[in-house]
Design a binder for this molecule. Structure first.
Ligand code: AMP
Length: 391
C-alpha cells in the first residue's frame, strides 16, 4: 500500500515548497536533449502553482566531482522548463547559501525558482546534515518527486526531511503504486520477464519475483548462465562463471516457474554485421555466441504473456542495440503491448528498447528510474520514500 502523504494531503497555499525533482537529463550544445524527466515532473509543479505555492526546484545532473562544473549546470534545464510551463522561471547559481536564500525569500506564490545542481556540493551525496539544514531553510515544506534518486539517502532526498515535513509528489506516488503495489498484489497470472546482461545484477529482483510471480520468462545474456548451469556448452557467449551455483539454486527453488529460451540467435562475433544462425537451445558451436532469443521462444513467451493479468519486464532479450539481434526484444515488446495485462516496464535499458520499438504508449507504466525501479522490484523500501510522512 502507498501509505505516504502526498501534496494532496497537505495545505500548500502561500507556502514555500522545496521540490526534489529528477532533472538529470541529457544535455546537448544548445539545451536539453531528451526532456522526458522534466515533463514527468510537470503534474506536481503545475498542481503546486495552481494551489498558490512558491515552487523551489532542486535536482542533481550528471556526476560533477563535488564542485561547480558549468557542463552540469541546471541553467539550460530551467530555460527549457520555462518553455514547457509558458512562464518565467527564476534560476540561482547555487542551491544553498546567501544567494539561494535571498532568491527563495523574494519568491512569491505562483512563481518558480530552480536551484543549481545539488551535486556541486560534495556534501549532497554524503547526506550531510549541515547541507540538508541549509536546503530546508529555504522552504516550509519538502516534496520528493525524484523517483530516480529515491534509492539514495542524499542531503536533498533524505537529509532534508530531518528539518522539514516531507510528502510525495505525483510522479513518486505513481512509480510506487505501479512498481510496488503491482508486484505486492498482482492480478494473476503474474508474469515477470527478465533479461539484460547478467544475473548477478538482478539477483535480488529475481528472488523477490520468484516468490510473487506465476512465471518468469528469461532472456538476454542471463539465460546463458542458466543454460551453462544445466551443463550446456555456451562457447563464446556471455556467461557469469561466478553465478553458476546461484543459477542452479534458482532453477531448483523455482519449481518450474522459470522458463528458458527454446531457440537462440547466434553470431560468429560480437558485431552488428556478424554472421547469424538460429539454433535450438542447446550446445553452442565453438566460435559462436548467443546474442538474442529465437523466433520460437518469442512465440512461446508471447503465449504466456497473452494470458497474463500482470506483466513486469526488466532487461532486453538480446543485444537489441544491433538490429540483427533486436527481434527478440521487439517481439516481446509487441506481445506485451498487445496483451490486456497491466504492464510495467522497470526502468533502464528496457525503457530504451520499448521506446525504440514504438510501442511505449501501449504500456500501462514505464518507470523513469533505473536503479530505483530495480530496488522497488526487489521489494525494498527506498530511503527517499521511507523518510516521508505517513498518511
Ligand atoms: P541490463 O542493463 O542488465 O538490463 O543489460 C542490458 C544489456 O544487456 C544490453 O545493452 C544488451 O546489449 C545486453 N545483452 C542482452 N542480451 C545479451 C546477450 N545475449 N549477450 C550479451 N549481452 C546481452
Amino acid at each position: 500500500m502507498f501509505n505516504k502523504k502526498t501534496i494532496r494531503d497537505v495545505d500548500v497555499t502561500n507556502k514555500k515548497v522545496l521540490v526534489r525533482v529528477d532533472f538529470n537529463v541529457p544535455l546537448k550544445e544548445d539545451g536539453v536533449g531528451d526532456d522526458t524527466r522534466i515533463r514527468a515532473a510537470l503534474p506536481t509543479i503545475t498542481y503546486l502553482l495552481e494551489h498558490h505555492a512558491a515552487v523551489i526546484l532542486c535536482s542533481h545532473l550528471g556526476r560533477p566531482k563535488g564542485g561547480p562544473d558549468e557542463k552540469y549546470s541546471l541553467k539550460p534545464v530551467a530555460a527549457h522548463l520555462a518553455g514547457l510551463l509558458g512562464m518565467k522561471v527564476n534560476f540561482v547559481s547555487d542551491c544553498i547559501g546567501a544567494e539561494a536564500e535571498a532568491a527563495a525569500k523574494i519568491l512569491k506564490p505562483g512563481e518558480v525558482l530552480v536551484l543549481e545542481n545539488t551535486r556541486f556540493h560534495a556534501e549532497e551525496e554524503k547526506n550531510d546534515m549541515g547541507m540538508a539544514r541549509q536546503l530546508a531553510s529555504l522552504a516550509d515544506l519538502f516534496v520528493n518527486d525524484a523517483f530516480g534518486t529515491a534509492h539514495r539517502a542524499h542531503a536533498s532526498t533524505e537529509g532534508v526531511t530531518h528539518f522539514l515535513p516531507g510528502v510525495a509528489g505525483f510522479l513518486l506516488e505513481k512509480e510506487i503504486r505501479y512498481l510496488g503495489q503491482t508486484v505486492a498484489d498482482p492480478q494473476r497470472p503474474f508474469v515477470a520477464i527478465m533479461g539484460g546482461a547478467k544475473i548477478s545484477d538482478k539477483i535480488g529482483v529475481i528472488r523477490n519475483l520468484l516468490k510473487k510471480a506465476d512465471s518468469i520468462l528469461i532472456g538476454g545474456g542471463m539465460a546463458n548462465t542458466f543454460f551453462k548451469a544445466q551443463g550446456l556448452e555456451m562457447a563464446d557467449s556471455l556467461v557469469e562463471g561466478e553465478s553458476l551455483t546461484l543459477a542452479e539454486e534458482l532453477l531448483r527453488e523455482a519449481a518450474g516457474k522459470i522458463h528458458l529460451p527454446v531457440d537462440m540467435v547466434i553470431a560468429d562475433k560480437f558485431d552488428a554485421e556478424a554472421a547469424v544462425k538460429i539454433i535450438k537451445a542447446g550446445n553452442v558451436p565453438e566460435g559462436w555466441r548467443v546474442l538474442d532469443i529465437g523466433p520460437e521462444t518469442v512465440k512461446a513467451y508471447a503465449n504466456v504473456i497473452h494470458g497474463a493479468g500482470t506483466v513486469v519486464w526488466n532487461g532486453p532479450m538480446g543485444v537489441f542495440e544491433f538490429p540483427n539481434f533486436a527481434k527478440g526484444t521487439y517481439g516481446i515488446a509487441g506481445a506485451v503491448a498487445e496483451s490486456k495485462a497491466i504492464s510495467v516496464i522497470g526502468g533502464g535499458e528496457s525503457v530504451a528498447a520499448i521506446q525504440q520499438s514504438g510501442l511505449a504508449d501501449k504500456i500501462t507504466h514505464i518507470s523513469t528510474g533505473g536503479g530505483a525501479s530495480l530496488e522497488m522490484l526487489e521489494g525494498l523500501e527506498l530511503p527517499g520514500v521511507a523518510a516521508l510522512q505517513d498518511r
